[in-house]
Every structure is written in C-alpha cells, then in structure tokens.
Design a protein around this ligand. Structure first.
Ligand code: PEP
Length: 273
C-alpha cells in the first residue's frame, strides 16, 4: 500500500489537544487547478515542506487531478482526498464517483457534507449517513463538514444545528470507528468571505461537537480530530490552532498559494504539546 493510502492517527486518552491527536491540515481546492497546475503546486509544496513534522497534510484537488496528485505524492507524507464521493460501489449515478474508483487511484479519503455541496448540490444528511460508513468500510478517511449559517448563529441555533448534523450524519457509524472520522467545523458565514470565526467562537463550537461525540463514546471523543474551516489564513492560523480542541484546519482560498499553505501547515505544528 502506498504511503498516501493509510490514514494514521495516534490514539490516547487526553480530552484536550495533546500528543494523542496529530494535527491535520487539509486543502480544499474546490473547482481550481488543472492537472498541470496541480503538479506544479505539488512539486513546489513538497520542496517547501522541509523538516515539517507532527502534522498530517491532505490535499483535495478537483476529481480530474486526483490521479496526477496521488502519483506526485506517492512517496511523500502528503495524502490526497476527493471533494465528494458516492456511497454505492457502482451504478446508474451520472456524474458521480465511487469509492473503489478513488481507491484505485491511491486516494486516501473524501470530503463529505461541504456546505457548498449541501446548499448547491442538495447533499442531504441522509446521504451523508450512508457516505461516512461507506468510506470507513473501504478504509478511506471521511472529512465530514458541519456548520451553521449566519442567520442560524444570530438566532442562537448554532448548537442545535451542529447537534442535528452530527447525530444524523454519524448515525450509522459504530462508536469504535467514530475517531476515524475527521470532522471539520465550518461556519458557513466564514467560508470564502474573509470573515474568520474568532478563536473563541471556533473553540466553543468544536468543544461542543466533541461533547456530542463524548455522549456516544468518551474515548472516541478524546481521540477524534476536529478541525476548523472558514477563511483560515497565515495570519490567523496560529491563534486558531492553539485552541485546545482545534486539531488543525480545512483551508479553501489560502490553500491555492504554496507559500500561504506552507505557513498554515507550519502553524499547525506549533500548537502541538
Ligand atoms: C472551505 O471551502 O472549506 C473553506 C474553508 O474555504 P475558505 O478557507 O476559502 O473560507
């Protein structure tokens, strides 16, 4: 199995950020970068990583660049994940991509439930409840995105929204596999807007999510990586990642630039105890 196919995670019993949870930073490129641009980015990125240790790095390019990205990173610690996946192994689902197709490319996981896919492409909690266990069953890493809209936050509904999403999307994940899901808290009002949640807002929401996991299994809650996404930049990554429950980031716009993304990845190593 190539290096970039096996999600690794240190397990432990600490309830706050600690050596029991390896920080993780993932780049969500959305519909950006051709194959040539992907290869150029990865060559520069891999060359810039230097001695960077203690952080897991994941790049999520568009589907057309997955094969090239997996090939380019095969002998590196960087892993490649898709931005969406269908839960069926095959079938009449025009335009969709199945898990065995991702595995064949050496892809290590997939983002599911991104707010853009929920809002623009009708991805439902019911579908997510099938996708997450399907990924886990195939040995791939699910990146489950959850988060509230601005209206929901202003109405005081943030926790209710997060509870509804987490309970529905992870309903069919056995407690023994909960810690194998990476959860990304992405307040929708902060995605692509330049408006970052304050470290306190992000910490509060992520601690709440960890509490939801703890209600099912305390050990899984302590071991689960929960990252923050929403206008993470080099100049705010440090203060976000040093929060005790924030285990890294899912980065959109700033991950398209090698220097910015390297700076964000470096910030994730600094908070590790
Ligand atoms: C995202 O789309 O997952 C995201 C976090 O985007 P941005 O960093 O651009 O807000």
């Amino acid at each position: 199995m190539p290096d970039n196919q096996a999600p690794q995670q240190r397990r432990g019993s600490a309830s706050l950020r600690s050596a029991s949870r390896t920080p993780l930073v993932a780049a969500n490129w959305k519909m950006h970068k051709t194959v040539a641009e992907t290869e150029e980015f990865l060559d520069r990125f891999l060359g810039s990583l230097g001695e960077l240790e203690g952080v897991e790095l994941v790049i999520c390019p568009p589907a057309t660049a997955l094969a090239a990205a997996a090939e380019r990173t095969r002998r590196s610690p960087v892993r490649i994940a898709a931005q969406n996946v269908h839960e069926a192994d095959s079938g009449a689902f025009t335009g969709e991509i199945a898990i065995p197709m991702l595995r064949e490319l050496g892809v290590a996981g997939a983002i599911v439930g991104h707010s853009e896919r929920r809002a623009l492409f009708c991805e439902t909690d019911e579908a997510l409840a099938r996708k997450v266990p399907a990924l886990l069953g195939a040995g791939l890493l699910p990146f489950l995105c959850v988060g509230e809209t601005e209206d929901q936050r202003e109405a005081g509904e943030t926790e209710a929204v997060l509870k509804r999403q987490i309970e529905a999307d992870l309903a069919d994940v056995d407690a023994s596999r909960l810690a194998d899901v990476v959860i990304a808290y992405e307040p929708i009002w902060a995605i692509g807007t330049g408006r970052t949640a304050t470290p306190e807002q992000a910490q509060e929401a992520i601690a709440f999510i960890r509490g939801l996991l703890a209600a099912r299994d305390a050990g899984a809650a302590a071991a689960s990586r929960i990252v923050y996404g929403g206008s993470v930049k080099p100049d705010n990554a440090g203060e976000l990642f040093e929060q005790p429950d924030i285990d890294g980031g899912l980065v959109g716009g700033a991950s398209l630039n090698v220097d910015d993304f390297v700076a964000i990845c470096e910030a994730a190593t600094l908070g590790e105890i």
